[in-house]
Write a protein that binds this ligand. Structure first.
Ligand code: PNS
Length: 165
């Protein structure tokens, strides 16, 4: 069975990878859908986020990565997937995901399965990683090595741009 793991992945974290790995173990095939959330200010553009998620999931059997434009349920139906998998950390995730699950079921007939985040990653967020990284902090405990490297390079080049006016 094919499941979709959607998200912004800005950047992809070890928490995301844990959920993707567990979803692949349950469903066999997982398509990671790398989307746009209009409310967000992105560190990496869509193509870079797809590239980084691809690199980070390359060794996980059954996982492919595609960009998501438009509605998630249309994407799921186009790819023959009946299930969306979401990782849940705390109650506020549940409140939001429940709303999304209802609307995605009503609009597209797609089910949502929520997996509790592993305790090790249960408070991790891409937002916090972006915040720490923007001040030059070390985020290598939370992201794959390639992502940490890219974040370092991005933050360095932004720092230089600021210094140069
Ligand atoms: O990591 P995020 O920012 O929570 O991911 C959000 C994403 C991309 C999964 C979500 O915004 C999404 O599904 N976007 C596609 C548009 C859509 O179908 N929205 C849900 C119905 S309101």
């Amino acid at each position: 069975m094919t499941a979709i793991c959607p998200g912004s992945f800005d950047p992809v974290t070890l928490g995301h990878l844990d959920v993707i790995r567990r979803a692949a173990a349950i469903f066999g095939e997982v398509i990671v859908a790398v989307g746009q959330n209009s409310a967000k200010n992105y560190l990496f553009d869509a193509a870079e986020r797809v590239e980084l998620v691809r690199a980070a999931t390359a060794a996980i059997p059954g996982v492919s990565v595609l960009p998501l434009d438009g509605l998630l349920v249309d994407f799921a139906n186009q790819h023959g997937a009946r299930v969306i998998v979401k990782g849940l950390r705390f109650a506020s995730d549940f409140d939001f995901e429940l709303q999304m699950a209802h609307i995605n079921h009503t609009v597209g007939g797609v089910e949502t399965v929520m997996l509790p985040a592993s305790s090790q990653w249960s408070t991790l967020s891409s937002t916090m990683i972006r915040e720490v990284a923007s001040y030059g902090g070390d985020v290598s405990a939370f992201v794959p090595p390639l992502v940490a490297e890219r974040i370092g390079a991005r933050v360095n080049s932004q720092g230089k741009e600021r210094t140069n006016g």
